[in-house]
Design a binder for this molecule. Sequence first.
Ligand code: SAM
Length: 280
Amino acid sequence: MKSYDQLLTEHYGRTDLKTRILSALEKAGKDINTLTREDLFTFDEFHIGGRLETRNLAEWADLAPGARILDLGCGIGGPARTLAAEFGCDVTGLDIIEEYCLAAESLTRRVGLADRVRFQHGNVAEMPFDPETFDAVWSQHTTMNIQDKQALFREIYRVLVPGGRFIFHEVCAGLNQPIHFPVPWAHEAALNFLIPPRALHRSLIDQELTEEKWRDITADSLAWYQKAAANMATHQTKPAKPLGIKLLMGDTTPAKAANVVKNLKEDRIRVVQGVFRKNG
Ligand SMILES: C[S@@+](CC[C@H](N)C(=O)[O-])C[C@H]1O[C@@H](n2cnc3c(N)ncnc32)[C@H](O)[C@@H]1O
């Protein structure tokens, strides 16, 4: 039987992702020696709502310039770069897929943000950081892959400074289960660890994190994803564009996108955001 790490690597891992991305950028006519964040926005934020939703969340959470942020499950670093470039934050990204960290480092250096953004390969359930290191822990679409939520929330609490905040944008379980697979975070149930919004809220309170803000953005997420999924389906019938989320989601992108829409419509998944503060 395959281990969780093997399944996760199989799901997210793309061999030599950094080279694939750079060659896709060249195919799209970009000069990879003078890249900007605008060249990356169609594929470097791997969550519902893309870069716009990262901005929305950062504004809603009122992120301060200079804040030291840990981005959990940072992917190829799009959100980390947005927080650094647009909000003046100092960001450390942590991801379990080494290929993602390598691609994240390369893209960040190429767009000139390496002095404010760095990446570390590792597991969010055992974070390689000292206690009280970060002003905020940030998570977009990562907790759904983590089975041991207690370990995750303990670690978040441990690495936050007193008064620090956990800021998240996560997919939760809806009223109707099971969900349709494959989805962008899991091709099968063994990687899917969604919990209902109320259970997420309860777990954070139990971890002595105090609610500052909470909102359910399921309806807006469905509207955004319906457009995105239609776009991805159209690309099937036209010559493939070199840049797009397919670089990360692979050939099953249209099926995964269609299932997100179906799961949202049938109340199998919900999307929530929150800001919770560590007391002290
Ligand atoms: C759907 S992607 C979201 C990426 C990124 N947060 C973004 O919004 O662009 C989920 C990410 O979580 C990472 N991940 C999943 N389980 C993890 C774990 N146990 N430790 C660290 N990273 C993990 C995956 O490798 C992947 O990069």
